[in-house]
Design a protein around this ligand. Sequence first.
Ligand code: MRU
Length: 352
Amino acid sequence: MSLSSQVFPVFWYQDHVRLIDQNHLPNSYEIVEISRCDDMATAIKTMIVRGAPAIGVAAAYGMYLGAREIATDDRDSFLAQMESVAQKLRETRPTAVNLFWAIDRMLKTARQTVGSVSSIKAVLLTTAQTINAEDIATCEAIGEHGLAALPPQPAQLRLLTHCNAGALATAGYGTSLGVVRSAWQANRLERLYADETRPRLQGARLTAWECVQEGIPVTLITDSMAAHCMKRGLVDAVVVGADRIAANGDTANKIGTYSLALVSKAHSIPFFVAAPLSTVDFKLETGVAIPIEERDPSEIYQIGQTLICPAGTEFYNPAFDVTPADLITAIITEHGAMQPADLIQLKAKQLG
Ligand code: MRU
């Protein structure tokens, strides 16, 4: 089957990285050219590029760009300076573990490559491009496994998703939206309900945009409408992405995912998490220790330039929450769909 999605949010072009500027979608489609590591760090922080796997790919290229800027032929000095490059990128966003996974893989490659500094730099570019290509193949595999894991009835499913775990959040195709794409191509999708996803509206701006590009029927709802839709029998299954999954299956994803899992359970609706193995942090036994990013309060006290609450209000803006494993029907990775408790069996595969 030929898989669709022509959306590639991070890619290498000639001598620089090109990013789709996700802050401007859906109103304008703009490409940002990144040639310096500092600019890549800013692009990740300001969410020009966002979504756990896409952040990982962007960070891998950021590592190469940082390596390219180091002006020494001395291997030890080069490797020491690469640690500073890595640190700069690590400080961009705390929750998505793919960022740290990609940085560590690039550092390990640098250390293990024998030869001159210029040959290490060349290998780093190839490695970043490999991580980029692997992520697309991984998402396509997640889509196929997810399709097989979806409930057999009804023949045409009404799925619901939160945030954007689509092509824009990966190197291409998407994780949870990859499952939706595969269902659409297999004629198993009636429609997708997309939560708008307050406060940054990734569901409204990005998931709906991807669906409209490809003619996938999409109905936008506000986050608070999901329970009502479930009660009315409009939703057959929920599929979401993940930013970090602990070894026991507890899953951090965009704020609002936890409440969605609770209402899914209350309505006996299967709740799937779709993510690559690089999103699993086997170092964490449970989700309690997953760092939760808190973002600027302006994301919640204003819409556009309009203030939506009185002066004197205080704010709390966590960007992610943790869904306990017992609310998750199955976790879908490139290695198949499994119950959260079985995830630990994949540990050896991640270590290679
Ligand atoms: O803050 P964001 O937009 O980077 O958050 C994105 C999400 O929470 C996604 O669901 C997650 O990263 C999975 S992307 C395939």
